[in-house]
Design a protein around this ligand. Structure first.
Ligand SMILES: Nc1nc2c(c(=O)[nH]1)N(C=O)[C@@H](CNc1ccc(C(=O)N[C@@H](CCC(=O)O)C(=O)O)cc1)CN2
Ligand SMILES: Nc1ncnc2c1ncn2[C@@H]1O[C@H](COP(=O)(O)OP(=O)(O)OP(=O)(O)O)[C@@H](O)[C@H]1O
Length: 198
């Protein structure tokens, strides 16, 4: 692993964890408004299949957005670390009363129920956590390689769906990330302040 990537990861995780509760609440409200605005700008009104994540480690809080998506009749999914290969993600439906369990990192995920797994190409939007992003839309995650491995096959083809959207605080932006061959760049990143499009 590149030292430079590890250093950026450690620094930004620290900055992000030091955001106050108040800053996190305001950020969560802005994220909700910005993503709903993004959906409206696409001029499609039917209900969508949207994968998101439950926040951890100072990540942008998604809880308000998830409630809003449910109330607008969108179908929400969360990542599950693959129970057999442990290296890829599956996306399983998430409802208010879904049975949950903590994964190996202590992050809650739905208990595996194969009938509720959504194949990747059926998802309309994949909202991804990240640690750092740069001005070209490159993404640095927590270091597990889960999203990159899960998206690798899709990335080799000229895929239409899902639209990949990174969610981050503005303080997670850096000038330029050292990139690796497997990194999947993002077309959109939503922060509480701005929606970046490439
Ligand atoms: N909210 C959220 N969910 C997610 C991710 C994420 O980045 N954020 N992931 C995105 O891929 C996957 C989990 N990836 C993760 C990778 C590392 C750590 C982590 O805390 N690592 C510790 C070391 C833990 C250990 O090995 O025991 C650390 O770096 O301190 C957390 C999640 C799936 N779910
Ligand atoms: N497409 C892939 N095929 C095989 N291995 C991969 C692939 N993508 C990533 N990896 C492995 O995963 C490890 C971690 O990758 P990286 O540091 O880019 O993760 P990350 O983007 O920070 O994490 P995440 O995607 O989980 O948020 C790398 O050392 C690499 O070996």
């Amino acid at each position: 692993m590149s030292n430079k990537r590890a250093k950026i990861r450690a620094e930004i995780r620290n900055t992000r964890k030091n955001l106050s509760n108040n800053q996190q609440i305001i950020a969560a409200q802005s994220l909700k408004m910005n993503f709903i605005q993004h959906l409206k700008s696409e001029k499609t009104t039917n209900s969508k299949h949207i994968a998101i994540y439950l926040s951890n480690d100072g990540e942008l809080d998604t809880s308000l957005l998830i409630k809003e998506l449910w109330s607008l009749n969108h179908t929400v999914y969360l990542p599950i670390i693959h129970p057999f290969n442990g290296a890829n993600l599956l996306f399983q439906r998430y409802e208010k009363n879904s049975p949950m369990r903590a994964n190996r990192y202590g992050i809650l995920e739905p208990k595996l129920n194969c009938s509720q797994i959504c194949p990747l190409p059926v998802l309309d939007y994949l909202l991804m956590p990240l640690v750092a992003f740069d001005k070209q839309g490159n993404r640095l995650g927590m270091g597990g390689g889960f999203y990159d491995r899960t998206l690798a096959r899709l990335h080799e083809q000229n895929w239409q769906k899902p639209q990949l959207i990174g969610l981050a605080h503005e303080c997670q932006k850096v000038e330029a990330l050292p990139i690796e061959s497997w990194d999947v760049p993002l077309k959109t990143i939503i922060t509480p302040d701005k929606t970046y499009c490439w």
